[in-house]
Design a protein around this ligand. Structure first.
Ligand code: ADP
Ligand code: ZN
Ligand code: ZN
Length: 736
């Protein structure tokens, strides 16, 4: 029996050594309660057992073991360690995102978990005696649909899960009353033979893609499915998923934002019934805990649809990970540690499980595309929309020319005004995109130039007309909108620039007869609110939908034939090296929402820079990708180098500056010209804290693990220096 255990606590600290008392039995992966610090009791995870007492002090004892079995498998532990190592943080910080909060705080509460109850499902049973020749014959003539459904039931052996019986609830009740079927419950079991019959029949192009992916997966393990919007990527995934579930393996389907996936979850539930588990961080702690512990007690064969936190569930035998919309930057956790990328972590998780991984996108990230070019990933392309729907026409509308000709009204160029008018006449729908919420990004005094700024952050306050407030989009600070300039007290403040709220107002003025909905962070405050707006627009209860980024994601509206992008220049304005890639992906994603099924769509982009190459090549993925990759190579950006941003923060500006200069010098001693900065970021103060950044660029050819090791060492050295205690240092690996 070992006498000591190294235990990981949910803190930015290394594992600590605790003593294992007489008669206490612990194993690696167990959750235990321990006291740490003066009073606090924490849940910790036993990471290692050994016989070496701590170098200083006496080890405190483990208070109790919290579960009758380990909470983590060996494999999960390796996964946590990989994240901590790669993203330069502690394993304890990984624990913070990986386990539901109740488990983490269980040590402090006595409440017991609900025991695991196997999932139940509703089943329909045919009453064979009642399904006589007579009944059959009548039913075949009068209600062929019922006849077919009952025959299918008979063929399946007389019992099927409810979702596989293709009859309405009312019809089913009538059949039950007539004594033809019984409706009951049983323990859930995925019946793959039947799921298989429900899988959509693939088009020839899709069959070819599916075969290519399967071959690619067995060859390289990771395959990139590059399929234009609406080409049927989801249909292809369902075939791959079915194959894994029928072997009793687990499947993880990752999406960038779970709130946008109602349609997807419904589609999957119709095929795979109760095996579909939806997991994300917006569930209540109770729900998350139940899902985690249920999965711990269940067999494999789970199908999880989730956001990146679903990577941490206790999979027994993962067979497949699908990363949908793999290019989406919301896969990267920006705050707090671990600042991990869900897509990249998914590939690592699949590797640890020897599982397959499919990345899907209409606009693959340059990273993934480069991995295909270099032969690391298999690659399959679907160039046609399902059912032969054409790609939309892209029209570039020159804002400067419109202004010169006096044809621009309230932020709308003539082309867009005419286009909207035509659609309204034909009773078709329009989506208007502006990547800024609120009324205007700032209010300015025309006489003295004063504008309202956040007292805690170095940014202007955005005007929100409906709330009647000026709001900081970084910290949430807000104050009433003022009418007159508080500085010179003479002039009236003027809204500058425009956000979605102002677009909505302009539409009301230009097209008073149109029904308008708005979808942005202010209206889609919950997934219920989001679904309400989307639902109403899908039912054509409105003609125009005004929205931010949200409208570019996963939407499918049959009647939308025009998409207007109000300010293309905005998309390119960010100083980020990814600005152009982002703008281009967004334009292609938005364009993918126009003109589905029987109607050809149109996209009108308003811009002051109509000759920018990004517009000319929107539809030509390979051309843009190779141009951008060449630039990245020339200027030393990913995927040719790995970038670590070292962000330093403090409320004391002076010490922040001196410490960052010192760290910069130390790092330059080790890394030379690979170190950039320190520099002040565009927004150099947020929530009262000053910010400075350093950047480390490591060529992909050199050892990144060695570079991370040196970086950790230098940061530790700086932290040891007493006067820099109050400086926060954060590493952000592979910045998004
Ligand atoms: P993607 O995921 O590539 O954007 P989807 O899988 O959502 O595309 O497919 C777009 C539309 O075409 C959906 O309405 C889907 O039901 C339909 N579709 C695609 N492939 C098929 C198929 N093989 N059989 C029937 N419908 C299909
Ligand atoms: Zn003024
Ligand atoms: Zn602020």
């Amino acid at each position: 029996m070992s006498r000591y255990a190294d235990i990981v606590l949910p803190l930015a600290q290394p594992a600590y050594t605790f003593a294992i008392g007489e008669g206490v039995e612990v194993s690696v992966g167990d959750a235990v309660a321990v006291q740490f610090g003066k009073q606090a009791v924490y849940t910790g995870i036993v990471w290692r057992l050994h016989d070496t007492p701590p170098a200083k002090g006496v080890a405190k004892p483990i208070l109790k073991v919290l579960y009758d079995k380990p909470l983590l498998s060996e494999l999960q532990m390796r996964f946590w360690e990989w994240i901590a190592d790669y993203y330069i943080c502690s394993v304890g910080e990984v624990m913070r995102v990986a386990l539901p909060s109740i488990i983490k705080s269980k040590a402090r509460c006595e409440e017991e978990f609900e025991p695991y109850i196997p999932k139940r499902e509703v089943v329909v049973t045919l009453v064979a005696e009642a399904f006589t020749e007579d009944v059959r014959e009548k039913m075949m003539r009068r209600a062929p649909k019922r006849y077919e459904a009952l025959s299918a039931l008979e063929e399946a052996g007389g019992v099927l899960p409810r979702h596989l019986v293709e009859l309405d609830a009312a019809v089913l009740r009538a059949l039950q009353k007539a004594g033809l079927v019984e409706i009951g419950e049983r323990d859930y079991k995925l019946d793959c033979e039947w799921s298989k019959t429900l899988l959509p029949k693939l088009s020839p192009a899709q069959v070819e893609a599916l075969d290519a992916i399967k071959e690619g997966l067995s060859d390289k393990g990771v395959a990139l499915l590059h399929g234009v919007t609406s080409s049927g990527k989801t249909e292809i995934y369902t075939h791959l998923i079915e194959e894994r579930l029928s072997r009793g393996e687990d499947v993880l389907f990752l999406v960038p934002e779970i709130s946008l996936t109602t349609q997807l979850v419904e589609r999957m539930r119709a095929l795979f019934g109760e095996s579909v588990v939806v997991y994300h961080s917006k569930l209540t702690p109770q729900q998350r805990t139940k899902l985690y512990t249920d999965m711990l007690s269940s067999e494999s064969g789970n199908f999880v649809i989730g956001a990146r936190s679903a990577l941490f569930l206790p999979y027994k035998k993962l067979g497949l990970v699908v990363v949908d919309e793999e290019h989406d930057s919301s896969y990267k956790q920006s705050e707090p540690n671990p600042r991990y990328n869900g897509r990249d972590a998914a590939i690592m998780l699949a590797t640890l499980h020897r599982a397959k991984c499919v990345l899907g996108s209409a606009t693959p990230s340059l990273e993934s595309y480069a991995n295909y070019l270099s032969g690391k990933y298999a690659y399959t392309r679907l160039t046609e929309r399902y059912g032969g729907v054409e790609m939309p026409d892209i029209v570039i509308s020159d804002t400067v020319r419109n202004v010169k000709r006096n044809e621009r009204k309230l932020h709308f160029n003539k082309e867009l005004i005419d286009g909207i008018g035509e659609r309204l006449e034909r009773n078709e729908q329009v989506i208007l995109f502006q990547n800024r919420r609120g009324y205007s990004p700032y209010m300015e005094c025309p006489s003295c130039g004063w504008s309202a700024r956040c007292p805690h952050c170095n940014v202007t306050l955005s005007a929100h007309q409906q709330k009647g407030r000026m709001e900081c989009h970084y910290c949430g600070y807000n104050e009433p909108i003022q009418r007159y300039c508080p500085n010179c007290k003479t002039a009236e403040l003027k809204p500058m620039g425009f956000g979605t709220e102002r677009v909505e107002e302009a539409v009301a003025e230009l097209f008073p007869e149109a029904r308008v909905l708005r979808l942005d962070g202010d209206t889609a405050t919950s997934s219920a609110a989001y679904n309400r707006i989307i639902g109403a627009f899908a039912r054509h209860e409105a003609d125009i939908l005004v929205g931010t980024q949200i409208v570019s994601k996963g939407l499918d509206f049959a009647d939308v034939t025009l998409i207007g992008i109000l300010n293309g220049d905005n998309l390119l304005a960010s100083p980020d090296f990814r600005a152009e890639e982002r703008a281009w992906q967004l334009l292609m994603q938005v364009a993918g929402r126009a003109g589905r099924r029987d109607k050809r769509g149109e996209v009108i982009i308003q811009t002051a820079e109509p000759n920018h190459s990004v517009y000319a090549m929107v539809g030509d993925y390979d051309k843009v990708a190779s141009k951008l990759l060449a630039e990245r190579k020339q200027f030393g950006y990913p995927p040719f180098v790995r970038i670590v941003k070292i962000a330093m923060r403090s409320s004391n500006k002076e010490r922040l500056v001196s410490s960052s200069i010192e760290l910069g010098e130390q790092l330059r001693n080790r890394f030379g010209r690979r170190v950039l900065g320190p520099v002040s970021p565009l927004i150099d103060r947020v929530r009262g804290e000053w910010r400075v950044e350093l950047m480390l660029k490591v060529e992909v050819e050199s050892s990144f693990s060695r570079a991370r090791w040196i970086l950790r060492e230098e940061i530790a050295k700086l932290r040891e220096c007493g006067s820099y205690r109050d400086i926060t240092i954060i590493c952000d690996v592979d910045i998004a």
